[in-house]
Design a protein around this ligand. Structure first.
Ligand code: GRF
Length: 194
């Protein structure tokens, strides 16, 4: 049985697209049963809809307006996921910190992609961090999500060279291409451990 996977996004959704495309192979062990966005204007929503994937928005701005806290947001998110009988979560450019409580509920069943070779350069702007550090090799990592940000066990990585003259934009674009290969390869590995 293919596992029912949800992808959580906040923006353009290019990693989401790569995962959806991978699921077209009949022997791929996952189906994307839901895409949830934290923003109603995320570009990825239209891509998911065009691919026939059900979408939902849990709008963080609405929670802010209504003075509802992180726990309330994560509870609604959890409900959307359980309502769609989701078994596994892929974060793909989801620009929110998840509460410890949410992460514990999904422990071992939630992964993220990050554009550096973790544990190097966790947090924001890892491509700029790599340039600032002067490394010759960086890359991307798919890892389990744990309460500590960008610190969970690694599932898979791809190395990407830093080239002379690189800017954050050129390096990000090179890493992003590797991300689109890595996520579809890493997800089946993680699902083997369910
Ligand atoms: C990717 O670089 C991912 O590694 C990071 O956020 C970016 C999302 O891009 N977590 P996209 O929305 O998948 O195009």
């Amino acid at each position: 049985m293919r596992k029912r996977v949800a992808i959580l996004i906040s923006g353009r959704g290019s990693n989401m697209r790569a995962l959806i495309e991978a699921t077209r192979a009949s022997d791929y062990p996952a189906e994307i049963a839901l895409v949830v966005s934290s923003r109603p204007d995320a570009g990825g929503l239209a891509i998911a809809q065009a691919a026939g994937v059900p979408t939902a928005v849990v709008d963080q701005a609405r929670f802010r307006r209504e003075n509802r806290d992180r726990a309330a947001y994560d509870a609604e998110l959890h409900q959307a996921l359980t309502g769609a009988r989701i078994e596994f979560i892929c974060l793909a450019g989801f620009m929110r910190i998840l509460s410890d409580e949410f992460v514990r509920k999904w422990e071992g069943r939630i992964v993220n992609i990050h554009p550096s070779l973790l544990p190097a350069f966790p947090g924001l702007k890892p491509q700029q961090q790599a340039l600032d550090a002067g490394v010759k090799i960086t890359g991307c990592t798919v890892h389990y999500v744990t309460p500590e940000l960008d610190a969970g066990p690694t599932i898979a990585q791809i190395e990407v060279p830093v080239l002379p003259g690189d800017t954050a934009d050129t390096l990000s674009a090179r890493i992003l291409k590797a991300e689109h290969k890595l996520y579809p390869l890493a997800l089946p590995k993680a699902l083997e451990h369910l």
